[in-house]
Design a protein around this ligand. Structure first.
Ligand code: SAH
Length: 471
C-alpha cells in the first residue's frame, strides 16, 4: 500500500487502525476516491462504498475526497485522507485540536453553513408535520458553554488537562476550548499549576494511582459564580485544605468546591459519592429574570444566552391566558416552570434526578413562586398516575433527555388530553418519533422552531407546538 500519510492534508481524526492486512482479526485497508452525498445527524459526511454508506468525519456534502477504507470482518469504516475537491462551505477550523478531539463536529464549516445544515436536518425530519421556522442563531457562536469538563493526565512528564481523543482514552491536552467559558480554561490552568506545586498527581487509569481524574467547572454566566468539582478515586486528599485555599486565592469567584468520588473504571465522569469541601455545594445563575440554584449533578442548560431565546419561544408558543394548569415534565432545576409561573394558574413539575428536584423546590421558594410544585419521579410513571386519578392539564411542556420520551408518558398524556403540548428537545430524531405518536393520537404540529444552542457541534435544539385537534 502506498504510504500517503505525510501528505494528508485533511482530517485524520479516526485513523486508529494500525495493523495491515493479513493476520486473523486484523483489518484490510484500501484507498479510494469518493464523493460525499450527505451529512448525517452527527455531522459526518456520508460516502458510498460498494453500495454501503460509510460515515466520515470532517467531510462536507458534494466534496470529493481520498478516503482510507478499513475493513474488519464485515465492519467497514473510513478515514478522510485528503479533500480533493473542497466545498465552498469549507473553512479552516479555528481550534488546533479539532482534528483529534471529538467535542465539535462542524468547525470545518462556516457558521452560516453550520446552521443552514441544522435547518435542513430539522426540515427533513419535521416537514411532514408542519413548516419549520428559520433557526434561531447565535451572534457570537463561541465561548458559550457554562460547563467545562477536563480529564487530567500526564504527558511527557507534564500535568495536562483536556479531552479524550475520540474513541480512545488518550488525553489530548487542551489549554483553550473555543466553545467553553474562558474562565473555565483559566481555572484548569491554575489547577494544573497548583497540582505541580502541591505534588498532586493526575489519576492513572492503568495503575489506579493518582488523585485528580477529572475536573468539572460550572460557571454562572450572569452571576459569575463558579463551582469546581474535583473527581478523585477516593476520599484521600492530603493537602486538601491548602489546595482549596490556594485555588480560591487565585479565583475568588469560586463559590463552592466539591470532591466527587469515582473509583469505577468507567467513562462516566461523576461517581455517586460527594463531599462539599468549600461553600454550599451549589452556585446560582440568573435566567429570564429568575435566580436558580444549581447543584453538581443537576442538569442546567449549557448555553444560557440561547436558553433564554428557547424558553422565550416555548412560552410564546404556549400563549397562556392566565388560568392554565401546566405540567413542566423533565423539569431539571425547575427553570421552565418557574419562569412561566407568572403567566398561569399553577405548575406541576416532574423530574427524576433527586438533587435537581431539591434545587427546583428551593428555586421556587427563593423566587417567591407559590404556584409551582415539583415532584421527584419518572415522568412516565407520574403521568400514568395523573391519568388514573383523573387529573386535568391544560398545557404540557416537556423537555426530555436525548433518548426522548416514552410510550408510558405519551399514552397517558394523550388520555389526559391537554390542549397544547410544547415539546423541547436536543434530539430532533427522537422528537420527530414522539411527534408521530402524538400526531396519531389527536395532535397537530402548529409550529416548529429550531434553535442553535450548540454552535460548532452537530447538535440542534428544537421546540415544537402541538395542539389538540378538537372534533
Ligand atoms: N427542563 C430542564 C431540564 C431538561 S434536561 C431544563 O431546561 O433545564 C432533561 C431532564 O430530564 C434532566 O434533568 C434529567 O434528569 C431528566 N430526566 C431524565 N429521565 C427522566 C425520566 N424518566 N423522568 C423524569 N425526568 C427525567
Amino acid at each position: 500500500m502506498k504510504k500517503t500519510k505525510q501528505k494528508f492534508k485533511g482530517n485524520n481524526k479516526k485513523n486508529n487502525s494500525k495493523k495491515a492486512s493479513g493476520k486473523r482479526g486484523s483489518s484490510k485497508k484500501e484507498i479510494v476516491e469518493a464523493k460525499c452525498i450527505d451529512i448525517d445527524a452527527e455531522g459526518k459526511g456520508i460516502v458510498n462504498y460498494n453500495g454501503q454508506e460509510i460515515r466520515i468525519s470532517n467531510l462536507i456534502k458534494d466534496e470529493t475526497a481520498k478516503i482510507e477504507i478499513i475493513k474488519k470482518g464485515r465492519h467497514i469504516t473510513g478515514n478522510l485522507l485528503k479533500v480533493l475537491k473542497p466545498s465552498p462551505k469549507r473553512v479552516k477550523a479555528r481550534c488546533p485540536h479539532y482534528d483529534k478531539c471529538g467535542g465539535c463536529q462542524l468547525q470545518h464549516m462556516s457558521y452560516k453553513d453550520q446552521f443552514q445544515h441544522k435547518q435542513l436536518m430539522v426540515e427533513k425530519l419535521m416537514k411532514p408535520f408542519a413548516k419549520v421556522n428559520s433557526i434561531i442563531t447565535m451572534d457570537n457562536p463561541y465561548d458559550y458553554r457554562n460547563k467545562a469538563h477536563a480529564t487530567y493526565s500526564y504527558k511527557n512528564g507534564k500535568i495536562v488537562s483536556g479531552f479524550y481523543e475520540e474513541k480512545s482514552h488518550k488525553v489530548i491536552p487542551v489549554d483553550r476550548c473555543l466553545i467553553q467559558s474562558t474562565k473555565a480554561d483559566d481555572i484548569h490552568k491554575t489547577i494544573r499549576k497548583l497540582m505541580k506545586s502541591f505534588k498532586m498527581n493526575p489519576y492513572d487509569e492503568d495503575t489506579g494511582r493518582g488523585l485528580i481524574r477529572h475536573v468539572l467547572v460550572k460557571v454562572g454566566f450572569a452571576t459569575k459564580e463558579i463551582m469546581v468539582i474535583l473527581v478523585t478515586p477516593s476520599t484521600m486528599f492530603a493537602s486538601k485544605n491548602n489546595f482549596i485555599k490556594a485555588l480560591r486565592k487565585e479565583h475568588p469567584e469560586i463559590k463552592t468546591i466539591i470532591m466527587n468520588i469515582n473509583n469505577k473504571r468507567t467513562s462516566m465522569v461523576l461517581g455517586d459519592r460527594e463531599k462539599v469541601l468549600y461553600g454550599k455545594g451549589t452556585i446560582q445563575d440568573t435566567l429570564c429574570g429568575y435566580t436558580f440554584n444549581i447543584s453538581s449533578k443537576s442538569f442546567y442548560q449549557v448555553n444560557p444566552k440561547q436558553t433564554e431565546k428557547l424558553y422565550g419561544k416555548a412560552i410564546e408558543m404556549a400563549n397562556f391566558k392566565g388560568n392554565e394548569v401546566v405540567m413542566d415534565a423533565y423539569s431539571g432545576i425547575g427553570t421552565i416552570g418557574i419562569i412561566l409561573s407568572k403567566n398561569v394558574k399553577s405548575v406541576i413539575g416532574v423530574e427524576l434526578n433527586k438533587d435537581a428536584v431539591r434545587d427546583s423546590i428551593k428555586n421556587a421558594k427563593q423566587n417567591q413562586v407559590n404556584n409551582a410544585r415539583f415532584y421527584q419521579g419518572d415522568a412516565g410513571e407520574f403521568m400514568l398516575k395523573m391519568k388514573e386519578s383523573g387529573e386535568k392539564l391544560d398545557v404540557v411542556i416537556m423537555d426530555p433527555p436525548r433518548s426522548g420520551s416514552d410510550e408510558k408518558f405519551l399514552s397517558s398524556l394523550v388520555k389526559i388530553s391537554p390542549k397544547k403540548v410544547v415539546y423541547i428537545s436536543c434530539n430532533p430524531i427522537t422528537q420527530a418519533r414522539d411527534m408521530k405518536f402524538l400526531a396519531k393520537h389527536g395532535y397537530k404540529a402548529e409550529e416548529i422552531q429550531p434553535v442553535d444552542m450548540f454552535p460548532q457541534t452537530a447538535h440542534v435544539e428544537c421546540v415544537v407546538l402541538m395542539s389538540r385537534v378538537d372534533k
